[in-house]
Design a protein around this ligand. Structure first.
Ligand SMILES: Nc1ncnc2c1ncn2[C@@H]1O[C@H](COP(=O)(O)OP(=O)(O)O)[C@@H](O)[C@H]1O
Ligand SMILES: [Mg+2]
Length: 398
């Protein structure tokens, strides 16, 4: 996540003794902003939802009817970015293995001693600092970027596909997820067949797996997959937001970037995409309507996800009459425009003719430079990892 770093630890336990132990140990090793609460998986879920994920999440699964299901929900809610230490009463090696395979960092059986918890915490914290995320919890390395146009035709799809192309060229595994199941144009813009099954994936969250996703996506280039659909216009396509969480969870195991092309006709699915994204990119032109709706989208985004990153991109600038000046636009929206991309007729024509993205067809010049700067900004979003090294080294003496 690219917002403020999360707390170092959130711990939730059903019994007083475990909570006391967690409190004492987090003080002892000097964790900042640790939160200790009462309860089980549900309490942990409500503590992590809506905020940046903690480095370590300790959760008491003693009362869970289905510890695995609860663990998965927590991994999803923390986007896989937290090392999860589960606690329980069941001393069973199969449960232990299943939890570890599902992505838990450790499983401790009650009654737990200070030494056991301390070791688990230190190793969990260390895993967040040193180890690359394990494949089962690949989400830690996955960034979700939602692109949305303030108006139709401003280039939201073009920019999502261009940024995806550029990330893939940097050898970052990237998926462009086009959530407009009926009119989506991401696959079309690269002359790819729309895949089959995205709608089924979104409507059956329980059945999502990588095979279904492979079938629903097309390969646009090395490291670049496009996931989209071309559903019949005669049908109602009601996709549930739960399906999106499940899809993102599976995608995050193999992709480093998921770029969502978010339909502007905002349904619960689109809002969920904005709420779940690390970064929301609002694409607009400099029209009056673009100005009004950039403002509205920016406040919606802030309401949905206060800690997320927001980028405002003006595209097709200079392409039409009746533009508002950049200064007026920024004043009205209440924030600076992060990237200005000029209208480039030649590049757009070449895009249509060659089915290559704008970033590829733009000649060296302002459009190409601005597109690259946008891709750089998105690629670099993961460079800003909170620096937790020093205090831990002090604690564990390395
Ligand atoms: N900077 C630009 N200069 C010229 N044409 C552009 C630019 N960006 C996008 N376009 C063109 O604008 C049209 C609409 O773009 P699209 O990405 O489909 O918009 P949206 O997804 O916001 O509806 C496309 O023909 C695209 O090639
Ligand atoms: Mg579009």
């Amino acid at each position: 996540m690219s917002g403020a770093p999360g707390p170092q630890l959130i711990g939730v336990a059903g019994d007083e003794e475990t909570r006391r132990l967690l409190g004492a140990l987090t003080r002892q090793i000097g964790l900042s902003g640790a939160q200790i609460g009462e309860g089980g998986a549900a309490a942990a879920l409500s503590l992590v939802q809506g905020g940046p994920p903690p480095s370590v999440l300790v959760v008491d699964l003693s009362d869970s009817a289905d510890p695995l299901l609860d663990l998965r929900a927590l991994i999803r809610a923390t986007l896989g970015a937290s090392a999860i230490v589960a606690i329980g009463t069941v001393n069973d090696v199969r449960l232990y293995r299943a939890l570890i395979e599902a992505g838990a960092r450790d499983y401790l059986v009650k009654p737990i001693t200070a030494e056991v918890v301390l070791n688990a915490l230190v190793s969990a914290l260390q895993s967040r600092i040193e180890a690359p995320p394990s494949p089962t919890v690949g989400a830690a390395a996955c960034r979700v970027i939602a692109f949305i146009g303030a108006r139709g035709g401003v280039g939201a799809t073009s920019l999502a596909v261009s940024v995806g192309w550029s990330l893939a060229a940097r050898k970052r595994r990237t998926v462009v997820l086009d959530l407009d199941l009926q009119f989506g144009g991401a696959a079309l813009s690269l002359d790819l067949e729309p895949g089959r099954g995205l709608r089924e994936i979104l409507t059956n969250p329980d059945r999502v797996d990588s095979l279904l996703i492979d079938a629903a996506s097309g390969r646009a280039a090395e490291n670049l997959r496009i996931l989209g659909a071309e559903e019949r216009l005669e049908d109602d396509v009601a996709a549930q937001p739960e399906g999106l969480s499940a899809l993102l969870e599976v995608l995050s195991q193999s992709a480093e970037f998921v770029l969502i092309d978010t339909p502007r006709a905002l349904g619960s699915l689109g809002r969920k995409a904005l709420a779940g994204a690390d970064t929301v990119v609002i694409v607009t032109d400099l029209s009056l309507a673009g100005m009004r709706d950039s403002h509205r989208l920016a406040s919606l985004t802030r309401d949905l996800r206060a800690d997320g990153r927001l980028m405002l991109v003006a595209n097709r600038v200079g392409g039409q009459g009746g533009e508002v000046s950049q200064a007026d636009f920024e004043r009205a929206v209440g924030r600076k425009i992060d990237h200005v991309i000029r209208f480039d007729k030649a590049a757009a024509t070449a895009t249509a003719e060659t089915a290559k993205p704008l970033i590829e067809t733009a000649r060296p010049g302002p459009t190409q430079t601005a597109l690259k700067a946008l891709a750089d900004a998105i690629a670099g979003a993961d460079a800003a990892k909170p620096d937790q090294g020093s205090w831990l080294r002090r604690v564990i003496g390395r």
